[in-house]
Structures are given as C-alpha cells and as structure tokens.
Design a protein around this ligand. Structure first.
Ligand code: SF4
Length: 336
C-alpha cells in the first residue's frame, strides 16, 4: 500500500478532496501519537558554517552575515531557563563547523544533562561516527540531520561539501549507535519534480526515522539560488499536502510544525500543520540578541520576541487548538 505511486496519487489530490486528505493525516496522527503536542526549545548557538549550501543565508560565502557563537555558559543558562519554563527537550543547532569544537560541545551537553536532565537533541551537520558516539556518551539523546533531497544529482547541485551518500551514511551511523534519529527535506528545491517529492517521502519511510522535519524551500537573497522560485510557487497547497502524506506514510514519527511554514503562511502555517499531521512545536529560545544573525531564509518569524514570549506563544497556540502540551521528554514512539 505504501508505494511511491500511492504517495504520488495522494500528492495529486485535487482541491475538492484536499480537506479529506488533511482530516485523514490528522486521524493518523491522533491514533499513532495521541493528542499531546511536544515542545522542543531550539537554541541556535552559532551561525558559523564551513559549508556553502546554495540557498542558505548563513553559508560560508555570504560575507554580509555577522557571525556569532554563544559562549558555553550562556548556552547552558539558556537551557536551564527553558527547563524552569517547562521545556523538556532542548535542540542545540548550529552551522557545520568547528567554531565550537567537538569537545567543547561535548562539555556543554554534559553540563546540560547533569544540571537539568533535559532531553538533548543536536543538529550540527555531518560528523564521524566516533564524534556521534562521544556526544552520545556525554548525554546526547537525539540528532537531526536533514537529507534535504533524495535526488543525488539535485543534492550535489545545492550542497557542494558532501554527497547524498555521505549524508545518508551519517544517518546510518546514528541509527547504529541507537541515537534517536531525525531527518527530512526541503519542499520545492528548483528542479524538484513531484516524483522527487514522492521519493523524499519514501526515503523517510525507508529510514524508519524517529523524527521528520520538512519545510518549504525559501532561498535567502544573498545566495546563488536567491532569485529562484520554489518549484511549487504556483501551488503552495503542495507544502501542506507533502506534510499530510508524510504523516500517513510515517504514522509514529515525531513531525514538527516547522517555522518556515509561518514564513510562507504568516501567523497560520504552523497552526495548520498541527491540524494536518504534525505533533511537535519548536519554539525558538535562542537569546533574542542573536536571532537576527541566524537567518537561513528571509522573513523568518520570531526574531524580536524574547525567549519567554516565544514559549508563551507556543503554549497559547497549542491550548487554542484544544491539545495538551506533552509531558516528559517526548522520546521516540518507535518500538524497535
Ligand atoms: S544549510 Fe546548514 S550546512 Fe548548509 S550552509 Fe546552511 S547552516 Fe551550513
């Protein structure tokens, strides 16, 4: 049943049936994941990146970016404050670089774990299995590494620094180690066809991911793809259809309502996602003074709110939908 042809047929759902598709995705989410919405607080701790992805605002070649790295103590303090505010998971995210060394990051993980017991997710790009193992020993629970596109040729065109195979090998390393593994893709890279979008969904299913994050391609203007439109610019409903089909094909994966949807559909993107298959919300708890320097794409929401306001806003949204905020760490729902 879960074939590429079936994924394609669902992605081709017409406007008269699309609400039924969304209702079905919501039912699958409810049955497999329950009503809880888990909050994961993201700390974007450095925008220094050695990679040069052709759409990303903090790519190495973008000289207009003011670079930063948050001192270790401030990262730990931010995590502890999030714990006091009721957050149970922190996501430490940064560009792919050694600006914060593997050892330094290991110490940060260790301190957060020892001082708070929070679940810790890392998202800092391709690393060796040895490094992942070290961070796991320090207290890392989960790792996010998007494959971005399942099409090797398209991947090569947008990511100069590694191949799709290398990226997938990192995901396999994480899985071997027993780290809860998240990946995902961009919707609508220039040159993407519906076939590739269906393949992306199939690859998520094949990888049996614990978490899957997807978001519309939104190029930053100071990048080589800056003037390229999204492949579905004339049919933005495709972004929601992709998430709904992703949920139907991956019932027990944690799927966040990602911020990029709010950039395309202001004030309602993430809200709608939580009603169309998503079960996780990721408020940005990066100290406000750094936010505007971490612009992967333009018009990123939430640049001016304080950490506390972002959390309150997330809690308010979840309550408005009549859903409870998940208690506990919200670990994987997979039984392996
Ligand atoms: S997408 Fe990630 S790895 Fe690529 S340039 Fe941006 S921060 Fe660096």
């Amino acid at each position: 049943m879960f074939t590429k042809e079936y994924a394609l047929s669902l992605l081709n759902t017409g406007s008269t049936e699309v609400e039924a598709l969304y209702r079905r995705a919501d039912e699958v989410r409810k049955h497999a994941c329950g009503e809880d919405v888990f909050l994961r607080g993201i700390i974007e701790f450095s925008n220094i990146c050695a990679a040069d992805c052709t759409y990303c605002g903090i790519r190495a070649s973008n000289r207009e970016v003011e670079r930063f790295k948050i001192p270790s103590d401030e990262i730990v303090e931010t995590a502890l404050a999030a714990k006091s505010a009721g957050i149970t998971t922190v996501v430490l995210q940064a560009g792919e670089s050694q600006a914060v060394s593997d050892q330094e990051l290991g110490q940060i993980i260790r301190r957060i774990k020892e001082e708070s017991g929070l679940a810790i997710t890392l998202s800092v790009g391709n690393r060796s299995e040895q490094t992942y193992r070290y961070w796991q020993a320090c207290g890392m629970d989960r790792y996010l590494l998007r494959f971005e596109t399942s099409d090797a040729e398209l991947f090569g065109r947008v990511h100069g620094s590694c191949s799709l195979d290398e990226r997938l090998e990192c995901l396999r390393s994480l899985r071997r180690l027993g780290v809860q593994t998240g990946s995902g893709f961009l919707i609508g890279l220039p040159g993407e066809r519906l076939e590739i979008l269906a393949d992306n969904i199939m690859l998520c299913r094949e990888l049996d991911l614990d978490m899957i994050g997807i978001g519309p391609f939104i190029p930053h203007p100071h990048t080589p793809l800056g003037s390229f439109p999204n492949a579905y610019a004339d049919q933005p409903e495709m972004f929601f259809k992709a998430l709904a089909v992703l949920r139907i094909f991956n019932p027990t994966a944690h799927i966040p309502a990602t911020t990029a949807f709010d950039a395309v559909f202001p004030d309602k993107g993430r809200d709608l996602l939580l009603q169309r298959g998503a079960n996780v919300f990721m408020p940005n708890i990066t100290p406000a003074k750094y936010r505007s320097m971490y612009l992967l794409y333009p018009n990123k929401p939430g640049l001016v709110e304080s950490e506390c306001e972002c959390l309150q806003c997330a809690a308010h949204l979840v309550k408005r939908l009549g859903r409870p905020i998940g208690k506990g760490p919200g670990h994987t729902l997979k039984r392996r």
